[in-house]
Design a protein around this ligand. Sequence first.
Ligand SMILES: C[S@@+](CC[C@H](N)C(=O)[O-])C[C@H]1O[C@@H](n2cnc3c(N)ncnc32)[C@H](O)[C@@H]1O
Length: 354
Amino acid sequence: MQNLKILRDFGRLEIFREASQYLDQEFLIKAILEDHDHFRNYPPAATFERSFWKWVIDTVETRGEEVDERIYHRYITLLAKPRVPEAQMAPSSSYTTYFIEPPLESKSLLENLIRSPFAREWPGVLSITMLESRKTLEQGTTGLRTWQPGLIFADWLLRNPSIAKGRVLELGCGAGLTAIITALIQKALSDQGETDLSLCLTDFNENVINACKRNVNLQVNQLSERSEICWRMLDWNDALPGAADRESLLTILREFNPTVVFGTDLVYDTTIIPALAYTLSILAFELPNSPDIILAVTLRRMATIETFFEELGKLGLSASMHDLLSLEDTVFAKRNDVDKTAIVKLVRVFRTER
Ligand SMILES: C[S@@+](CC[C@H](N)C(=O)[O-])C[C@H]1O[C@@H](n2cnc3c(N)ncnc32)[C@H](O)[C@@H]1O
């Protein structure tokens, strides 16, 4: 069981030192190179994989044991691949597989859905696979990779699965981690007989929408047959007074008529905050039901969050802030390639008069 945990580090930038104790060459060869085709179908970036095998070789040699030939062979094959300087690389997306032990609150709900490629060896562990950018900015957007608030919010959802009941709208959906977790919870709830469950994923960037769609529909995530999921191009700027496309934004929101709205890491740029606040005010005041609006916000600069709250206040909205777990304490603790230091808060937005 312990040695399976090493798979969490496969394809990540850093390896957890404590993993050295339970490194088992035979297991890694079977799980990664021979018996399973998961990592052949959804490979991590070659540079990440190279550093993983380098760590395996160093660890085995330090123990004074012989390194298996198959591991050397894989490492040498990776070394032979041309190393292109990062700056000259074409879009450098690669697959990330998240292995998740669902917390108690969603364990029994998700039990029948847990179909990780390693379910036989690692029962009870859910896996989610996504093609993600390894850069902060790619094709001019920040939306092609998962950010710290996305990971922390996904963990919070797994601890509060009933929040995903109803018609869930996501703003700025990015690469799709919240979407996949929400869809999994909804699939499980639907199997239990819950009705009126749907998910509408929105973003203003076509590449982001396509990336999210591709990730949700990856065969390995087993959500591709779900007709309850839709994708819509939605630009918060269209919510601004006098915007030419305000009517079409209203139509999208009214047609879907959400009961819950999610958004993670949307409050980072003061220039788009007014448009975001106007979008939230339409959701709160201009739809048949006023949905629950739940955001995960990173406290990078206090001025940014204050601007957001001020803009909400001008539109008759208030917000409450709640603590969330720090990344280390979430089910994604082993993620090493995001900034783990910033504080992420849950922000609920509601009409002031409530
Ligand atoms: C920092 S990313 C966060 C992505 C994802 N929610 C996450 O937490 O990983 C911000 C997202 O907001 C989207 N976004 C930015 N401005 C927007 C606008 N005016 N209308 C709609 N979406 C926007 C971006 O395309 C991107 O997907």
